[in-house]
Design a protein around this ligand. Sequence first.
Ligand code: LYS
Length: 287
Amino acid sequence: MDLGQDRRGVDMGPSAIRYARLEDAIEELGYPVTDLGNAGVPIPELIESDESVRHLDAVRSVCEEVSGRAGAVVSEGLFPIFLGGDHSISIGTVSGVAGSSGGRTGVIWLDAHADFNLPETSPSGNIHGMPLATLAGMGPADLVEIGGPGASVRPEDIVLIGLRSVDLEERNLLREAGVRAYTMKEIDAYGVARVVRQAMKYLSHVDRVHLSFDLDVLDPEIAPGVGTPVRGGLTYREAHLVMELINEADVVTSLDVVEVNPILDVRNGTASLAVELVGSLLGRRII
Ligand code: LYS
């Protein structure tokens, strides 16, 4: 889906990631894979949208479908991997996962942006800048109620890692909500290993963790194929180390891979890197 922002291309992300052989990479680790196909997404050029929040109705209907399908997969005890698409799909994925499992679901949001805008604070009107606030129970009511009334996750069960582009009013919202955020400054100052270990410790009270992986957390030099690139992101090895350390903690039970834009990519390199990093998250070892 690419309705959560105003640039075409991320709707082709899932094709690019499949083409980069995600399924083979997971099967090599010994896990069977079933590809359940795509969600039904309207074509932006064919939708009339005069909403102040861009394509609100269409995003809601796609996220409702995704939420239901996510819940069904989790109820079977399986590990769902959701391919975006812009980050607004996570309103569907996380609400479905959290709503269908007992206990508390924590969220790790790997992203250059906080995605914590409300319609009133958003500089763009794009829903892909709002999913995390929506999941925390703020945001447009039509979207908050997907997967059941109220918040899908508690603000204190959320950790952001890799931030380096946060809008002015969005900063206040994050602070007021009490969401734990590790920016690139902490990563530079303390090293990525310490940051990830602290994050895992911070989330040690939850029953499961959903990892929402936005490729724009990576530096644009290694991941140019993203819709909203920001300089100063994770290096190649830092990114692998994040995934390797999260794998060691053995708590992640569902995953989003979002914002791959093949139109802006170079020889499908960003999608291939996404596949490599999913491999590290799922337990691929160097030796
Ligand atoms: N913070 C900006 C906005 O709300 C950018 C969000 C980018 C999300 N991938 O539009």
